[in-house]
Structure formats: C-alpha cells, structure tokens
Design a protein around this ligand. Structure first.
Ligand code: AHR
Length: 497
C-alpha cells in the first residue's frame, strides 16, 4: 500500500486544549472501590488511595477527570459523601444496582485528582434532583467561606475552596435508561435554570449541557437543537458520548469507527452553529466529548439483572492490540477537531472499560490501550496540523469506503512535530511518503508503533507487557521527503525534530 501526506505549519486546525486528554471516574463497578481507592492495599496512602494506581494515572497524563458519573450521578446525593466517613450512609445505587458506601466523596476525590495532576470536572444530578442540590454543591466546592455550605467544607477539613471550573449539567438525560430521563425541552429548561443559579453562585464556572448519548439515539440532532435552544446563552459546551466495538468478525468496520466519530462531531458542530445562527449570537458553543472509548457493550448485556453487590466487577473489558489501534484513531478524531472539541474524557480510568486494571489486594497494570493514550497525551500538545493525506481506500460493511490511512500531526513549540498514523489494513504494510519541505533540517527522531503478529494479544496481570509500543528503525529524510513504513494493523507515533 502506498500513501502520502504533507506536514506544513500553514495547515493549522487549532490549538490543543490539554483537557482533550481527560478521563472519567464514575462510582461504578470497581473504578473507585478497589480501583483508585483501597484502604489496606499494600500501596495504600494514609487516605486509602492506591499509590500504584495513582502512579499509573499520573504517567497516563490526564489533566482533567470527570466525576462522579455517568449514570450514577442521576441518583446521587452528594451530601452522603461528606463528613465523618463512619457516619456516611450506604445507599442503593439504581444506575448499577450496587451498594454505594460513600467512603469516597467530593472531599476525598478532588484532592486525589489534584495529586495526580488533574482538575475535577464535576457532574451534578439533574435526574432525581435539580437546582438546589447543584447550587449547594457548587457553594460547598467553590466559595471561600462565610456561607452554610462553604463553612461546612471548611469544617470537614478543606480550608481552601476547590475552585472547580467545569461542571456537567447532568448525564445522558436523553437516555430512557437514565434515572430521571427527560424530554429535550424538559431537560433544556431545567439545565438552563440550574445553570443560571450556578452562575449566580460562581460566575467564573464553565458549563456543559447534555447532548445525545450516542449518534444512534432516535432523538439525535433534534435533542441538541432543542436543548441548545433553551440553554445557548448559559452553557459553554454540549456533550458528546461514543463507544465502539467490533461486531462479529467485521474488524474492518471497527477499525474505521473514527470515520463515524468524525461525522458525529461534524454533525454536532453543525447543530450548535445552527442554533447560533438562529439566535444571531457571536458566541460559539464548543464540544465536551466527555465519554468515549472501545466498549464491548454486547458482552455487557450478559450482566443485566444485576444482583445488588458492593463494587462488583462491571464491564471490565480486556483490550487487545486492535482495540489499542482503534483508541489511537479515536484520539486522532478528537485532534482533527481541536478547534471545537475542547474537552475529551476517555471512559473510564480504572477497571471499568479502562486503560488501567487492578487486582484487589494485588497488582495494577496497563492495558494495551493505555499506550496510545499516554503517548498522544505526552506528544499531542500544541497546534494540530491537517496533513491532507492521499490514501488507498477499502470497503467496509458499516461505513462504505474509508481511507486505509488515518493520520494527524501536532507541532509543539521547541519540541518538534508528532505524527500519529494508523494503518487500517489488517494484512498489508503501508509506505507513507511524507512531505517535510516546510521543516528544513528536521529528521525522524523516533518511530514507535503498536502492532503485533497477533492482533488479539492483550496484557494481563501475569503478562502486563505483552503489548507495548516498540521502536522501529528510522528512515532518513531526503530532499525534504521521508518514506515511513507502517506495519499492517498498527498505530504509530513518529517524532520529527
Ligand atoms: O461509562 C459507562 C456509562 O456509559 C456511563 O455511566 C454512562 O454515562 C454511559 O452510558
């Protein structure tokens, strides 16, 4: 296979907001309990958080974490999670039919997130609750003191306000599975009034309105138009969520899912801009893609009718080389839209469809998908460049003809240029002719790839380094051009300096 692309600083998409590399911690399954938090674990901090997991999360490079849900937040009473731990109630969480002990709440989570270098993006419950619970949580978190809720935070041990900047107005409120599911108009009105009250508490915050749970929702498109029609002046972002999985043996379609993600993002931008035009506003509403990942939802169907348990293992997908390549293309899709997608949260951080896995009382390790995320977060900061690829195309059952090459570049001041490239062909290596004439004197400093003779290879507790990025030999630049070799079914990071 033969492809070509051009890396030129003149073809700029926009600046990467570091929050594009966010993650998500939900009180779901073993994400919190026996994930980030496990008192009694050999690596536990005095506060009960696993230092081994914190280390891996720090290294993953997640500057923002959405919390505490997800579907969980739509039935959550945040007040249950504050005050003396032994006095906190155990509640029945209806989203996941689990026992929530409330041993971790806002006062534990926010300092933990700061400790791994992440700001918290807080979600409020607009399912079973509303304006009061939201504005009181904001007062608890962000006011310095002198009011009931801010003084209670101080009494609970946090003298300084948390200064949480970004707030989600509920979660997936278009979904019939959501506790407190609403029509677009019902949700839009509630979100707008909640936003108004929250801004009166702290005018400096940013707010995210719920978009559709996925692009297959029957209300997709009209949901965004109606919700933004009600909330446009109050919110900064509209949310997007997308999960992909391989259906049957149709791997080519799965490998092409970023094509669908690109179209989904373009559709939401068009809808937001339509509302802007109708309202004759100059302000733009941007996108918070605050849940995305590979998720084998079909496998999850077997977990329906959940027995009520505490921290049950839920949707603990084990990710393969193929999944890692797909995660790489999803990151490329976010980068390609860096001008409008400002926040991204890979769902979730630990154990629940996550790049980090743990054994209770035992090891923590990196899934295959950890690697493209960590490397893109590390090197994908700066200005995104369109690379105008010419690529062979192949037919897929789901999306028709798609390019076999998926690529985007990011120029980082003083560090060089990173090219993120995926060869979607399962069988054939690809040679990519890269035009570097706009970068005189640049050379290929490194080429690391995720590829394997076995595309289904995975990492496990016993073999945590079965799938890791490997270095390839670097070709020389000649006359401002270089030929890169991409193995079949591979994700690559090529560093140019
Ligand atoms: O991330 C798992 C679940 O997926 C979240 O709770 C929900 O928002 C989404 O449907």
């Amino acid at each position: 296979l033969q492809a070509s692309l051009t890396i030129d600083p003149a073809f700029s998409v926009g600046e990467v907001d570091p929050r594009l590399y966010g993650s998500f911690v939900e009180h779901m399954g073993r994400c919190v309990y026996t994930g980030i938090y496990e008192p009694g674990h050999p690596s536990a901090s005095p506060e009960g958080f696993r230092e081994d997991v914190a280390g891996l999360a720090r290294e993953l490079g997640v500057p923002l974490i959405r919390y505490p849900g997800g579907n969980f937040v739509s039935g959550y009473k945040w007040e249950d999670g504050i005050g003396p731990v032994d006095d906190r109630p155990t509640r029945l969480d209806l989203a996941w039919r689990s026992l929530e002990t409330n041993r971790v709440g806002v006062d534990e989570f926010v300092p933990w997130a700061s400790g791994i270098g992440a700001e918290t993006m807080m979600a409020v419950n607009l399912g079973t609750r509303g304006i009061d619970a939201a504005r009181e949580l904001l007062e608890y978190c962000n006011l310095p003191g002198g009011t009931y809720w801010s003084d209670l935070r101080r009494k609970n041990g946090a003298a300084e306000p948390y200064g949480i900047k970004t707030w989600c107005l509920g979660n997936e409120m278009d979904g019939p599975w959501q506790i407190g599911h609403k029509t677009a108009y019902e949700y839009g009105r509630l979100a707008s009034e909640t936003a108004k009250a929250m801004r009166l508490v702290d005018p400096s915050i940013e707010l995210v309105a719920c978009g559709s749970s996925n692009s297959s929702m029957p209300t997709f498109g009209s949901w965004e138009a109606t919700v933004l029609g009600e909330t446009y002046d109050q919110v900064d972002y509209v949310s997007m969520h997308a999960y992909y999985e391989q259906r049957g043996d149709d791997r080519d379609s799965f490998l092409a899912c970023a094509v669908d993600m690109d179209r989904f993002i373009d559709a939401v931008i068009a809808t937001a801009d339509h509302v802007r035009a109708v309202k004759r506003r100059s302000k733009r509403v941007d996108i918070s893609f605050d849940e995305w990942n590979v998720w084998y939802l079909k496998r999850f169907e077997g977990e329906a009718n959940l027995a009520i348990r505490e921290a049950p293992p839920l949707i603990e997908d084990v990710y393969s080389v193929t999944d890692a390549v797909v995660v790489g293309t999803m990151l490329n899709s976010l980068l390609r839209h860096a001008d409008r997608v400002k926040i991204g949260c890979q769902a979730q951080l630990v154990n629940v469809i996550a790049p980090i896995m743990t054994t209770p009382g035992g090891a923590a390790w990196k899934q295959a998908t950890y690697h493209p995320f960590a490397l893109t977060s590390r090197y994908g900061r700066g200005t995104v460049l369109r690379v105008e690829p010419t690529s062979p195309r192949h037919e897929t059952k789901w999306l028709g003809e798609v390019p076999v090459l998926d690529a985007v570049a990011v120029a980082t001041p003083d560090e060089g240029v990173s090219l993120f490239a995926v060869n979607r062909s399962q069988t054939t290596p690809m040679s990519v002719d890269v035009d570097l004439r706009a970068w005189p004197g640049y050379r290929v400093a490194s080429h690391v790839t995720i590829a394997d003779a076995d595309p289904d290879a995975v990492n496990t507790a016993d073999d945590p380094e079965r799938v890791i990025p490997r270095s390839l030999e670097v070709p020389a630049v000649d006359g401002g051009r270089v030929a890169l070799e991409l193995p079949a079914l591979s994700w690559s990071l090529v560093r140019l300096e």
